[in-house]
Ligand binder design. Structure first.
Ligand code: GLA
Length: 737
């Protein structure tokens, strides 16, 4: 059988032929087409059969010789495949498919079947790391087509997949399901790590073997959609992956709204993963010529365990997603837990001085600064009325920004612009802007309702809240954007078609955020949603950092930050030192340093030593934050498996590192009895180790003069000497010549 490699197709051929290291290639043999998407470690092979049906013929570690992908299918003897489309690259419903579909449609004539056949594909080289493949599929009977997109990041082993659905039928088509991606994997067994949570209990992991049938991860909350379950997950192949070994697929949907991921272990023991916007209550009416583009589903396949996967994810996120992902961040003092709603200008002026005394870059004014008719003195009123409260702030935000600048600190502010308290002027003036069922009793989440962002007037209002504050205060340096409520009684008095509601809400939110970023590209923004209710890679395209949880008990945070760290880089994790938990301030500060450090404490209640400790810790942090934010992160000792948790950050040149170690079990005699194995260092380099963040008056148990080779530290390890009297130990490693 003669086969010929072609690079790209006719339209892109000439450009691409000159790029000899092309990563996606295709081969046509007879009528069949094979498209190979290669990243540094893996290959995803898409192939058509003689009918032009496109399937995923292979997804796994890449082969040295591309011609051998054709031989893979012969190695599987899994019995009869009744449909011929079980491994479809995008499974359609209503024809011969018998499994979970990626797309369900009802055509203009009421027919419910869809059959997709390969037409062509196109490859765009974006840069030396990134390529975009588009594969056009068409129904042979209906004028209905889908383009499947695969954006591959070579060095990162990441592929973003999405689809664009279009038709030219004689009337509207209804989409009942419209997934972003449809993966197909083969292995001996599959193990799912998923997360669940609640307020103050985010990112609780569970791992189990995937059994036959469908396991669904989803959200129907409308907004704050991660409250019970985030969309991120991992699937290990053959056996549960560990930090440093095993094959594991990371998955995440770039979407802040309702999501749905179905993991179907089919009767032939293959795993089908179908992920996208949740079709719950959302049949979508697609007009002729209109394109419905899904959000992207990101996946990353690692053959070297979870650690390598997470470091690739971090690098990708810093390079391609998070604004200023490789840049700088502000340390801050927040007033939420020190004042709650009870403050005025004088008190804030004192806090500005405290911020300076502490040595942080910025003061963040939280909730409670706005509303006059129904003052925001608690969470029951005022939300939506974004004028400064005259009793609390007679001279407005502008005077505070000025005062902060005079004190040598920057000023930031909290907003929650998507929401409204029924007790507010906004609600009185615009009841039609609020999401609620017209004939039903209102139901509140934290005494508030969600504004209808599907309405362009509401979009303008929400944009205006930010635009007004930012344009009036040029020096305003930081926004904390909160989103506390979920959507009950989903109904828009603006929309004609209620089944578009959840989708249009997210489109509206996206439009607002795009407009804000177009006008204010640089202002750092923290993504908060009553804690970590909206941490995802769609939102993180606009936000520089996220708030993992309102739970800042450092012991809890060690566990939570550990899990978040599989998916999101340290630079994006806002960690504040507060009064939660029983641990001393040193422990709390060390934990908060594993990301973007902030404080939310009453500075004048600190003892002299505590204040001195915090001041020195901030200075130290300023010398190591670059390693934590821009370096590689290694999870050394898992708090769920050991009495000591240990995390390491290593800079790119492997010349410096920071290691954090904590006692997470207070039973008698617990501590670091054995050395902890380090990772990611230069085996041939020599390192001196210095204990940092020592509490005034305490002595280190680590000898700063001993020199260790990278080889020793990564073969034997190091004992940080963690015990009940040294329950938090931070170490800095520096290479010496
Ligand atoms: C949410 C946030 C907190 C704080 C309050 C203010 O709960 O998660 O950090 O900003 O709102 O009301």
């Amino acid at each position: 059988m003669e086969s010929k490699f072609i690079i790209g197709n006719k339209r892109t051929g000439s450009l691409i032929k000159i790029i000899f290291f092309l990563l996606i290639c295709s081969r046509v043999s007879g009528q069949q087409t094979e498209i190979i998407i290669e990243t540094s470690s893996n290959a995803m092979v898409l192939a058509t059969n003689e009918k032009g049906e496109l399937s995923t013929s292979y997804f796994g570690k890449k082969l040295a010789n591309k011609t051998e992908y054709l031989k893979i299918a012969l190695q599987y003897k899994q019995g009869q495949e009744y449909t011929g489309v079980a491994g479809a690259a995008y499974t359609s419903a209503g024809a011969k498919n018998l499994l979970e579909p990626a797309i369900i449609v009802s055509h203009a004539d009421g027919n419910n079947s869809l059959d997709l056949r390969y037409v062509s594909h196109e490859i765009k080289v974006i840069d030396s790391n990134v390529q975009l493949l588009g594969v056009l599929l068409k129904d042979p009977v209906y004028d209905f087509n889908i383009t499947l997109f695969y954006k591959s990041y070579f060095n990162d082993d990441i592929i973003e997949q999405w689809s664009s659905i279009q038709h030219n039928e004689k009337g509207n088509v209804t989409l009942y399901k419209y997934a972003s991606a449809n993966l197909f994997l083969k292995a001996g067994s599959f193990w799912l790590t998923q997360y669940h949570g609640e307020w103050a209990k985010e990112m609780q992991p569970e791992e189990a073997r995937i059994t036959h049938g469908i396991k669904t991860l989803d959200s129907k909350l409308g907004t704050r959609t991660n409250l019970f379950q985030p969309s991120v997950f991992m699937v290990s192949l053959n056996s549960p992956a560990t930090e440093n070994s095993g094959t594991v697929l990371y998955g995440a949907l770039e979407y802040s709204g309702n999501f749905k991921t179905d993991l179907e272990l089919d009767y032939q023991n293959n795993l089908r993963i179908i992920s996208g916007i949740n079709n719950y209550a959302s049949p979508y009416t697609l007009k002729p010529g209109e394109a419905f583009t899904t959000p992207a589903f990101i996946h990353l396949l690692s053959n070297a365990g979870k650690g390598a996967a997470s470091r690739k994810m971090h690098r990708w996120a810093r390079n391609y997603v998070i604004p200023n992902g490789n840049g700088d961040r502000y340390t801050l003092l927040n007033n939420w837990e020190s004042t709650y709603f009870d403050f005025n200008e004088d008190k804030l002026k004192e806090l500005l001085k405290d911020a300076r005394k502490l040595g942080v870059d910025l003061f963040l004014l939280d909730d409670g600064w706005f509303a006059n008719k129904y003052p925001r003195n608690g969470d029951v009123s005022g939300l939506g009325d974004w004028e400064e409260n005259k009793a609390k702030l007679p001279n407005g935000i502008t005077s505070l920004v000025k005062e902060a600048t005079e004190n040598g600190v920057k000023f930031g502010i909290w907003v929650e612009p998507e929401m409204v308290n029924p007790k507010s002027e906004l609600y009185e003036k615009h009841p039609d802007w609020v999401i609620k069922q017209p004939k039903r009793e209102e139901h509140y989440f934290r005494n508030q309702l969600v504004l209808d962002l599907s309405n362009p007037k509401v979009q303008d209002f929400v944009f205006g809240v930010l635009d007004n504050i930012l344009s009036k205060n040029e020096d305003l340096a930081y926004i904390k954007w909160d989103c506390n409520a979920v959507i009950y009684n989903a109904y828009s008095s603006y929309l004609k078609n209620q089944s578009h509601f959840y989708i249009e809400y997210m489109r509206g939110l996206n439009r607002v955020l795009e407009k804000i970023r177009a006008k204010y590209p640089h202002v750092p923004m923290m993504l908060c949603s009553g804690g970590g209710g909206r941490v995802d890679y769609a939102a993180l395209r606009f936000f520089t950092e996220y708030w993992p949880s309102d739970n800042t008990d450092p012991l809890e945070r060690i566990f939570m930050q550990w899990e978040y760290s599989y998916f999101y880089p340290a630079i994006s994790s806002s960690n504040h030192v507060t009064d939660w938990g029983k641990q001393p301030i040193k422990y709390r500060t060390d934990v908060a340093m594993m990301g973007k450090l902030g404080f939310d404490i009453v500075v004048n209640k600190l003892s002299k030593e505590e204040l001195q400790f915090c001041q020195e810790a901030i200075k130290t942090y300023n010398t190591v934050k670059g390693i934590i934010w821009h370096g590689d992160q290694y999870r050394l000792s898992n708090p769920r498996m050991s009495s000591v948790a240990s995390m390491l950050y290593v800079n790119e040149s492997k010349t410096s590192a920071v290691m954090f170690n904590y006692l997470v079990n207070n039973r008698y005699g617990e501590g670091s009895k054995q050395p902890i194995l380090l990772s990611g260092l230069d085996r041939n380099a020599k390192y001196r180790i210095e204990e940092i963040n020592l509490f005034p008056g305490t002595k280190s148990s680590i000898d700063p003069e001993t020199v260790y080779s990278g080889d020793f530290l990564m073969t034997v390890g190091l004992n940080p000497v963690v015990n009940s009297s040294r329950n938090s130990v931070a170490l800095k490693l520096m290479s010496v010549n």
